[in-house]
Design a protein around this ligand. Structure first.
Ligand code: TRH
Length: 379
């Protein structure tokens, strides 16, 4: 337990400033739902960009100050922040800055709210030292605790809904077929099925060229945004959700943006998943299918250090699987993706086996929402 809060805490405020893309709000939305459905918390989610939220949650509307969805109060976080009481637990996601008038309200509360700074995910070793570090505010009687997601028991763990792995295990071929049929994907068993969610990436065109000239058929299910745009450029054609384009061995099918739950099922149904950022990267690990990660690019290539830190944890120091490392490096700008892909594809079964072992290892380290609740409630 942290702070002076001894009772079961039930009111949580989560603050989410959308930097770009869907990772920030995707993670906060997932956490909010877990807190409500699994921990009986009452959650208010403050988000500064409802347009991004609507993509993830189509039943939301963009032009209202407050709405309740799935028992979560969604509040539009605007610069003129309203005069509201501070919650028992305040989550400041990804280093966003909570409004001054709200912080003043936090300082008025007795006991003070538990203030958590939820950080970005990294496999780097320093994360274990910083997880749960506390930082007192000099100007007010408040302190915040840094909570780091991660891959070891000395970190906050990863978001994973209760029952997710059981659902994954029970998702058999019949369910995969039914799901794919619903997406309009034909059930050709001879095709290698690949999901593609990525940023702008010069390696994608090269990979499409490789797949187009390869000996066996491959169907690439491209997500909206950069993946669809680059695939359309490669074909010199227009792609919108539902469009299918074929050239030689390669078929590209454009998907709509799926619900988070359907996106999981897509990852479970594909032979190989290309994912990006933070949340889809985690979901690919729970999917236990071979995956290739495009990390969110940062200035001065600092993301490459994070990429290697994860690869080292995922594969171990003395890896016998250079195929994964080489393919991920090439996908992130360092190496020849065409050669790296052939090696990756050739080792697909071994990589899949490794992914299963990895997921059960991660599962044993505890999930993020449980760890957060345990920290806050002290049980
Ligand atoms: O969208 P992203 O690139 O988000 C990124 C990262 O989080 C990055 O670390 C952060 O710094 C940056 O945003 C600001 O990738 P990510 O993290 O995978 O988030 C995508 C979310 O969208 C995730 O919750 C899965 C969800 N999703 C769907 O629900 N349906 C879909 O069809 C797709 C493709 C994604």
């Amino acid at each position: 337990m942290i702070g002076n809060v001894e009772l079961t805490i039930d009111r949580w405020d989560i603050f989410c400033a959308v930097v770009d893309n869907f990772g920030d709000i995707g993670t906060c939305w997932r956490l909010a739902r877990q807190l409500v459905t699994e921990h009986e918390a009452s959650v208010r989610l403050w988000v500064d960009n409802l347009e991004s939220f609507v993509v993830l949650c189509p039943q939301a509307v963009v032009d209202v100050a407050a709405q309740v969805i799935e028992s979560i109060e969604i509040r539009h976080w605007t610069p003129d922040f309203p005069d509201v009481d501070a919650a028992d637990v305040v989550i400041e996601a990804f280093g966003c800055t909570i409004p001054d008038n709200y912080v003043a309200k936090m300082a008025w509360r007795d006991p003070a709210p538990v203030w958590i700074n939820l950080e970005y995910l990294s496999a780097e070793a320093w994360v274990e030292d910083c997880h749960l570090a506390r930082s007192p505010l000099s100007r007010l009687p408040l302190s915040k605790t840094f909570f780091f997601p991660g891959f070891t028991a000395s970190t906050g763990g990863l978001l994973c809904e209760q029952g997710l792995l059981a659902e994954r295990a029970a998702f058999d071929q019949d369910e995969a077929d039914a799901f794919l049929r619903r997406l309009g994907v034909p059930l050709a068993t001879a095709e290698l099925r690949v999901s593609m969610f990525c940023y702008d990436n010069p390696a994608l065109g090269k990979l499409l060229t490789e797949w187009n000239s390869g000996p066996s058929p491959i169907r690439v299910l491209v997500s909206p945004g950069a993946a669809t745009r680059q695939a359309a450029d490669w074909f010199g054609n227009h792609l919108q959700p539902g469009t299918v384009l074929t050239r030689n061995s390669l078929t590209v099918q454009a998907l709509p943006f799926l619900s988070q739950s359907d996106y999981d099922r897509l990852l479970w149904s594909c032979d190989v998943n290309f994912v990006r950022g933070e949340d889809s990267f985690v979901r690919a690990q729970w999917a236990q299918q071979p995956f290739v990660w495009q990390i969110y690019p940062q200035s001065a290539d600092t993301h490459l250090v994070k990429l290697d830190a994860f690869l080292t944890r995922f594969l171990g120091e003395t890896t016998e699987m250079p195929a994964v490392r080489n393919c991920w490096h090439a996908w992130n700008g360092a190496g020849d993706i065409r050669a790296a892909w052939s090696d990756f594809a050739a080792n697909r079964r071994r990589i899949q086996q490794h992914g299963k072992v990895w997921a059960s290892q991660l599962d044993r380290t505890g999930n993020l929402a449980d760890n957060l609740v345990r920290l806050v409630r002290g049980n």
